[in-house]
Design a protein around this ligand. Structure first.
Ligand code: F6P
Length: 426
């Protein structure tokens, strides 16, 4: 294990010494007491960055600890005066950091290093290990709201492998609370290097974010993303427009109206939405700027409607308005190129799926920011891309995701893990 002593170069200085390749690599090192939402934040950030095409991996030090020491450590293991415990925990943290740095050597770009990292000594050790290899940003999650902490503790006891073999809930609760006290005694908030502090941002409207010594495109995007995310539970309903006249004869793109079946779906969708969201004080309906989505939402009343150009269907360029058969016959090379790499293929004078994902980024941030339900009425390629974000699908799978007509996909936001329900209305 590397020594923490002599880790003199604090983040800022160390970052300036990095070469261009190392500067591209970024370690987001979580900091915070247990039950402060670190793993949730780490998982969410990892999902977002992967979706944007950055090779990102979540390293959970708890998993390393359990592999090396089993799942049965009680609160004593985490005492601040238990040198054996401290050494054992530092050792597994160093193992995870080593793995993360090796993964970066093989091409990985952003490592999200998930542990409490709650003492200066531990963080110094990590900075020493990362020196000259990658940029380090500490991401500290501070939560003072007892109700949120309590909820996190309960979730932890139900879900964590640390308590899977403890059938007595009260005993598990007492042990975890003792672990928390032990960590609190040694806790030192971050005031070194580059850092982002999220303070009571979980569900409070008046949370705070502090940012120190952060610069560059990707760190900037990360701050922007985090400032907009929260844990308020609310549903997002995703649906394609009702069947269009183009769908009837297999034509792509264009700006067609709905078929008779599409009209029926619009009516059914409205009664579904009214019933599903009737108890909500606010909600909003988002469509693209194309007629088939606007018409599909036409019977939904009582909620504001927003048209987003970013939600318009993938631009098929010179193929717009054609059938797949016509493309195959008249532009066989284009047809074949798309078949070979549907994610990266860009229609001549049009877009690729990767282009679509880039333009949907503000939509994702806005969906994260909303605290009330949103109904998104959009198109096949658009919904595949949005759905992939919520379900953490690999980029290459996105163009092949099933996205049937006349079906609502409800995603529950603000809860750990993905919860999805589907309603087929026709
Ligand atoms: O066919 C309906 C449609 O929305 C077209 O407008 C669009 O080009 C297509 O789906 C996207 O799906 P794919 O990427 O599978 O061609």
């Amino acid at each position: 294990m590397p020594s923490a002593a002599g880790a003199g170069a604090a983040g800022a200085v160390a970052d300036r010494l990095l070469g261009p390749k190392e500067r591209r690599r970024l370690a987001i090192v979580l900091v915070g007491l247990p039950a402060r939402g670190k793993t949730f934040t780490a998982a969410k950030l990892t999902r977002y960055l992967r979706w944007l095409g950055h090779d990102t991996k979540h390293f959970n030090v708890g998993k390393y600890r359990r592999l090396k020491h089993g799942c049965t450590q009680n609160a004593d293991f985490f005492r601040s005066d238990n040198q054996e415990g401290i050494d054992a925990r530092n050792e597994v943290a160093a193992l995870a950091m080593d793995d993360m740095l090796s993964w970066m050597d093989e091409g990985g770009q952003v490592g999200v290093f998930d542990a409490t990292n709650s003492t200066k000594l531990r963080r110094k050790m990590l900075l020493t290990m990362a020196e000259g290899k990658c940029q380090v940003i500490f991401l500290e999650t501070i939560c003072k709201d007892p109700a949120v902490i309590d909820q996190n503790i309960r979730l932890k006891i139900r879900k964590s492998p640390d308590y899977a073999d403890q059938p007595d809930y009260e005993a598990a609760l007492a042990d975890f609370k003792a672990r928390l006290v032990n960590y609190s005694k040694a806790y030192e908030p971050v005031d070194e290097g580059s850092y982002i502090k999220m303070i009571d941002m979980v569900s409070e409207q008046d949370g705070q974010m502090q940012v120190n010594n952060i610069s560059g495109y990707l760190p900037g995007r990360i701050v922007f993303f985090l400032v907009n995310t929260h844990l308020t539970p609310r549903p997002i309903l995703l649906t394609r427009h009702g069947e269009s006249m183009f769908n009837l004869n297999g034509r792509i793109g264009g700006d067609p109206e709905l078929s008779a079946t599409g009209d029926i779906y619009a009516t059914k969708l409205a009664s579904f939405v009214h019933k599903r969201l009737k108890s909500q004080h606010s909600a909003s309906i988002w469509t693209s700027t194309l007629r088939r989505t606007i018409l599909t939402a036409t019977h939904i009343t009582g909620f504001p409607k927003v048209q987003w150009r970013a939600l318009d269907e993938i631009d098929a360029g010179i193929c717009d308005g054609m059938t797949y058969e016509e493309i195959k016959e008249t532009m066989p090379d284009e047809y074949q190129s798309r078949k070979l790499d549907k994610l990266r293929y860009r229609y001549p004078r049009g877009e690729s799926y990767l282009d679509v994902i880039q333009r949907l980024e503000p939509v994702i941030v806005e969906l994260e920011r909303q605290r009330s339900p949103v109904v998104v009425v959009a198109h096949q390629a658009i919904l595949r891309s949005l759905y992939a974000y919520f379900t953490d699908k690999p980029l290459d799978e996105i163009p092949h995701i099933e996205m049937p007509l006349h079906t609502i996909i409800e995603i529950q936001m603000g809860v750990p893990g993905v919860q999805e329900k589907r309603y087929k209305l026709l």
